[in-house]
Design a protein around this ligand. Structure first.
Ligand SMILES: Nc1ncnc2c1ncn2[C@@H]1O[C@H](COP(=O)(O)OP(=O)(O)OP(=O)(O)O)[C@@H](O)[C@H]1O
Ligand SMILES: O=P(O)(O)OC[C@H]1O[C@H](OP(=O)(O)OP(=O)(O)O)[C@H](O)[C@@H]1O
Ligand SMILES: [Mg+2]
Length: 283
């Protein structure tokens, strides 16, 4: 039985639960219990504050964890990154009052910086030879300059709207972060086998995530040109239609290039284009 530590509530919770759900790991989360066993997969889920996840995994209390890269770096615990999960993307940045001109990193010399990430900040300042005072605060970091608690802040930025509403500007991006699957370094062979199965499922979900299954009717005389614009996994499936001179083309498209390719297909005479979501993809 594998044990995975996840955030009990907060920014990582929903997507973590969605990933486990789409990997067909059934959990009864009706009760607010700290530890929930899956009914159809040898895994149990431990719900924690994200701050506690790196240590829980490093010490082996949990075998796996899903945690923000920022929190993992901050805690400097000895666990390994197994997979980058691509959600909860954000960055850790230095920000200062927006009306003051920023001349470069030397501005921070002798200043007081409020943060919940003192380890990452200290390492960054040291590497860049900046001598600043670090004031540790566990939340509402962005209000610190406004209330005279600090000159600047070092915190999570995503859309930047929290900075704007506190009259701050982002001046240095120190690190980028996303959710990580981390693992204990001394897992038994049995546990590693379960992990392999879990990764196989997660990869199938992740690979399908930004892909669409596309079906269309294509005039036979344009088939070669149509196939040429389709990236597909290998080559598209082509099937005859009852109507003379037409065929049905099936393929997989990447969401990023979707509209561009659909436009070209229409231009080549493709009709009746159907677009379906893909639940899982094993390549
Ligand atoms: N605005 C955001 N956009 C995207 N990702 C974010 C954002 N804010 C935080 N994150 C990511 O989600 C993680 C969890 O954020 P959250 O705010 O839920 O943490 P928390 O308040 O420390 O929660 P906990 O109660 O578990 O300690 C962060 O460590 C970061 O990796
Ligand atoms: O750049 P933005 O899109 O505004 O996001 C950044 C904010 O999001 C997070 O806080 P959150 O909203 O999770 O609240 P919290 O302080 O309770 O963690 C983070 O601590 C920042 O304050
Ligand atoms: Mg936390």
């Amino acid at each position: 039985m594998l044990r995975i530590a996840v955030q009990a509530k907060g920014r990582l919770f929903e997507e973590t639960m969605a990933l486990l759900g789409e990997s067909d790991i059934k959990l009864s989360t009706t009760k607010r219990t700290l530890l929930v066993q899956s009914s159809n997969f040898p895994i149990e889920v431990l719900f924690l504050r994200d701050d506690d996840i790196p240590q829980t995994v490093a010490t082996g209390v949990a075998d796996l964890g899903i945690v923000g890269e920022n929190e993992f770096m901050e805690k400097e615990e000895d666990a390994e990154i197994i997979k980058r999960l691509g959600f909860s993307k954000c960055r850790l940045s230095l920000a200062m009052p927006k009306d003051i001109e920023y001349p470069g990193l030397s501005w921070f010399d002798g200043k007081k910086i409020a943060t919940s990430y003192p380890v990452i900040l200290r390492n960054f300042l040291k590497k860049n030879g900046v001598n600043a005072e670090i004031h540790v605060i566990t939340g509402s970091v962005e209000v610190s300059p406004g209330i005279g608690l600090a000159d600047a802040i070092f915190d999570i930025v995503s859309s930047g709207s929290t900075l704007v509403s506190n009259r701050l500007k982002e001046v240095e991006v120190v690190m980028k972060s996303e959710a990580l699957l981390i693992g204990n370094k001394n897992m038994s062979d049995e546990k590693k086998e379960v992990l392999e199965e879990l990764l196989f499922r997660m990869n199938a979900v992740k690979t399908a995530e930004d892909k669409k299954y596309v079906l269309m009717n294509a005039p036979k005389d344009k088939l070669e040109e149509i196939i040429a614009v389709l990236p597909g996994m290998k080559s598209p499936t082509v099937m005859p239609l009852a109507q003379e001179g037409w065929c049905s083309v099936h393929t997989v498209l990447d969401e990023k290039r979707f509209w561009e390719i659909i436009g070209k297909l229409k231009g080549l005479g493709a009709e009746g284009i159907l677009v379906l979501p893909i639940e899982k993809m094993i390549v």
